[in-house]
Design a protein around this ligand. Sequence first.
Ligand SMILES: [Zn+2]
Length: 410
Amino acid sequence: MRLFLLIIFIYPFFLFSQQAGEFKFDVTEQCLTDTERQFIFKEIEENIQLLKIDLKSDHRKKSLAFEWPLQKDTSLAFNNYFGISNYVDQDTAINSILDYNCLSRSYDGHKGTDIFTWPFPWYMYNNGYVNVIASEDGIIINKHDGYDDDHCANTMGGTWNAVYVQHYDGSIAWYGHLEKNTLTSKQIGQSVVKGEYLGKVASSGYSTGPHLHFEIYDSMWNLIDPFQGTCNILNQNSWWLNQRAYRVPMLNALLTHSAKPVHGCPGINEEPNISSNFNIGDTIFLAAYFSDRQSGDSAVYRVFDANNNLWQTWNQVTSTTFNASWYYWKRLLPQNGPFGYWRFEIEFQNQMFSHEFLYTNPLFIEDKQNSRRDLLLITDILGRKSPIVRNKLLFYIYNDGSVEKRLIYK
Ligand SMILES: [Zn+2]
């Protein structure tokens, strides 16, 4: 799968200087070639014979109800962390594309569902934030590991890292493009349960960015599309416990940056520039990241200062539907403060999300030796995070471990 970043700069607003971008998946190559696919089937067949696994006559569990195959680590503060770029191509004719929902969100001959991590997929990859988990109970029937997983030029190509799980009705799920050396330590022939860790999302094989390729075969090894829909000619029923809607507009993250964020690949390195600490007179980049944001979806943004007064607000309505999109606004923070915790807020899809950042005056927090320390947190006497207020005892906690007591008189 080829992932291509296209940045479109639209509406240079004279007031808000909004800039926007989209992740576009411009796909020209298969996640897997047919030769590789045949080879994998041959290996699976051999493993089944070798291990004498006969799940087609196993009675432990026949009906399937897939769980979502990805799970984020609880330490990742994003609201959502993925989007869908490609469904199964239902149209076998060359150069025609049809997904289960009678649209063309796929590429020619695609045999799986591509779920990409977003925003900052390489940041998530580097921190191991996104796990691939078993959608159903079954037995590991094959594994591939040890291949390059961090490329975003699909010329790297070749074999991917993957786990293949056969369910107790004989059907098989393929989990591909995983990170090298992160695969479950369980061996071929061992069982896994629904929700169990299989590996980390990465970009091994024919791939230009971290994503999971999820490919399903029934017990006769006919290709399945787990999504039920009018144009799914492969199978009648949904294979999901709860099938996701075709599009689920979501805020993936609301962030602040010290410089314009750079979305990597191909050819450029990702630079998230995420920061929640700003000094007097700094420029701040306020940004929102979405998946499945649709044409006509509106959002209201608000920035509140450290005194909880509304500093700025603006509305935004999108005119195009994107699998993944992002928007940012560049602002100069006021020289005169107020200093303390500010709040960036968004109202989207009848939900409110907020992100806090600390705005400080470095002169004010410089220590006696005049060596700069970074302020991490300001708390009150009970250890609760506090804005900078007068006539109240505050504790300034720095990154060098020092703590200062401060009392500002009116
Ligand atoms: Zn794929």
